[in-house]
Design a protein around this ligand. Structure first.
Ligand code: HEM
Length: 489
């Protein structure tokens, strides 16, 4: 059996997986070796260089590049709709690539990794009420409660240890994990209380290279087999312990009934279920996969943007001053979502932060359906993987003037950047698989950023000067971001 797996894999590695793309009329520019074998893509991925490579390849070859035998990436505004947009009429939707995101250790997909369009659609309907505008209004007090804890911690650090820096990556992660755990499991994790990750959070995010290893294992069965054989028993056991921990929390939460006195995801989804009976179609295992998916997708991403934006603002003091003036003109009672949405320079800073340092920087591949699909005016054969790589699209001079510079003003009219292709910028993606949590993220980013800047002056510590120089394993591999804070109220 091992021999046949080996043979199958050798041919998988060294021959083109899906031949149709090799037809002469389908010639797409790109590195020749990458077109011949998928190993080049995975070599870059395992070195944490996927994003830098995609960016370099688009700068070299233009708007569309072939990065693997069956892998094309595009950076034009038009590509978004053709790749991630909904099906329409005879046009079928491109489906999620099964190797970019995959199931959990029990083989269960979360909503985000579910590859079957119809299954995903009904699942998304279940959770939509928990991420609506109404939900966010209900959830605002919960977010503010954690924000007050964050303020207390920073204030303590600022007054007792003002000569040493504090790691903002960790504090912001603790904040967003506490919020999401309360929403996904109905009870807090207590990270802010301890200012420390729990073993469970550490296991998910402590070593993100695991995310690249999983992608490699989903792509190549041989590697998957080797991984299973050589993974130490203790590591496999701890993965199961963590899974059981999530499962027990979900079961416990569901056992408490619909209303637990706070607007968590299950209350809002189950209220809806009473009307259309969707939640009861989901098994506890699926719900566990979804709770895990929300913890993955809805925590580190928001904290990443906030860490990155604080860094960029501190590197550009004149932008920080303009933002401080806008925020500090408000009274304390105005630090509320309704008011914060009216601040134009803060909105511009957040967009520019998402452009320069997108929290989801990679190419989230889709697979063309049976019969193929039209993409940017070209017919692309079935089973081709296609994506818009976020970082490369936002750093391309064909979309943005001065793409490497941090210029929040580009998002305001009349600042000399009206020719930017703003429609190429979709940090939350588009279409039926776009980010269901984008309202929550937008709310959290605004309220946390404004509240921090209203209360504190920050200073970048010398050891974090080169902080933005990071690798990527699905997520940015972020070092500690040391800042000093001075309480100014
Ligand atoms: C700045 C913060 C965030 C960014 C930049 C971001 C970005 C994205 C992107 C680009 C996708 C689409 C991935 C793809 O094309 O395959 C996505 C999907 C998703 N995001 Fe977010 N996200 C953020 C915050 C959140 C939050 C707060 C939640 C809350 C739970 C969340 C939950 C999800 C889920 C569940 C999906 C999968 C949706 C589906 O397949 O239907 N995200 N996100």
């Amino acid at each position: 059996m091992y021999i046949s797996i080996l043979c199958a894999n050798v041919s998988q590695v060294f021959r083109t997986k899906y031949s149709p793309l090799l037809k002469p009329q389908q010639q797409v520019p790109g590195p020749k070796l990458a077109a011949a074998t998928g190993l080049v893509f995975f070599y870059k991925l395992m070195r944490g260089e996927e994003v830098a490579w995609e960016n370099a390849m688009h700068k070299k070859y233009g708007e569309v590049v072939r990065l693997g035998p069956d892998r094309l990436t595009y950076i034009s505004a038009r590509a978004w709709k053709d790749i991630a947009g909904p099906g329409a009429g005879k046009r079928l939707e491109n489906t999620k690539d099964r190797t970019t995101l995959g199931p959990n250790i029990h083989g269960d997909n979360s909503m985000g990794s579910e590859p079957i369009t119809t299954v995903h659609r009904s699942r998304r309907r279940v959770y939509a009420p928990a991420f609506s505008e109404r939900a966010l209004k209900l959830q605002e007090p919960l977010i503010l409660g954690y924000l007050n804890s964050l303020l207390r911690i920073i204030k303590n650090e600022a007054t007792s240890n003002h000569d040493t820096g504090m790691d903002m990556v960790k504090l912001l992660n603790c904040m967003t994990f506490d919020v999401m755990a309360d929403l996904a499991f109905g009870e807090p994790l207590g990270l802010l209380e301890q200012s420390e990750y729990t073993p469970w959070v550490q296991a998910i995010f402590g070593n993100v290279i695991k995310l690249s290893i999983s992608r490699l294992a989903r792509e190549y069965k041989l590697f998957d087999l080797l991984l299973k054989v050589f993974t130490p028993k203790s590591v496999a056991e701890s993965a199961h312990t963590h899974y059981n921990h999530s499962f027990d929390r979900v079961v416990k939460r569901l056992g408490r009934g619909i209303d637990i006195g706070k607007p968590d995801i299950w209350k809002l989804a189950m209220e809806n279920n009473e009307k259309n009976e969707n939640v009861s179609d989901l098994s506890k295992r699926q719900m566990t996969a979804d709770a895990g998916g929300f913890m993955m997708a809805g925590t580190e991403t928001t904290a990443t943007l906030l860490s990155g934006l604080l860094f960029l603002l501190l590197k550009h003091p004149e932008k920080m001053q303009r933002l401080q003036a806008e925020i500090r003109a408000l009274g304390k009672e105005d630090l509320r979502l309704e008011t914060l949405y009216k601040l134009p320079f803060m909105a511009a800073c957040i967009s520019e932060g998402l452009r320069v340092y997108p929290p989801a920087p990679i190419a989230f591949f889709r697979t063309t359906p049976k019969g193929g699909n039209m993409i940017c005016g070209e017919w692309i054969p079935e089973r081709t993987r296609v994506a818009v790589p976020h970082y490369a699209a936002y750093h391309s001079p064909s979309n943005f003037k001065d793409p490497e510079s941090f210029i929040p003003e580009r998002w305001l009219p009349g600042a000399g950047y009206d020719s930017d292709r703003k429609d190429a910028f979709n940090p939350f993606s588009v279409g039926p698989r776009n980010c269901i949590g984008q309202n929550l993220a937008n709310h959290e980013m605004r309220i946390i950023l404004a509240t921090l800047i209203w209360h504190f002056d920050f200073e970048l510590c010398p050891e974090s000067e080169g902080w933005l120089n990071q690798k990527v394993h699905f997520l940015w591999v972020k070092p500690k971001l040391f800042l000093k804070a001075k309480y100014i109220r």
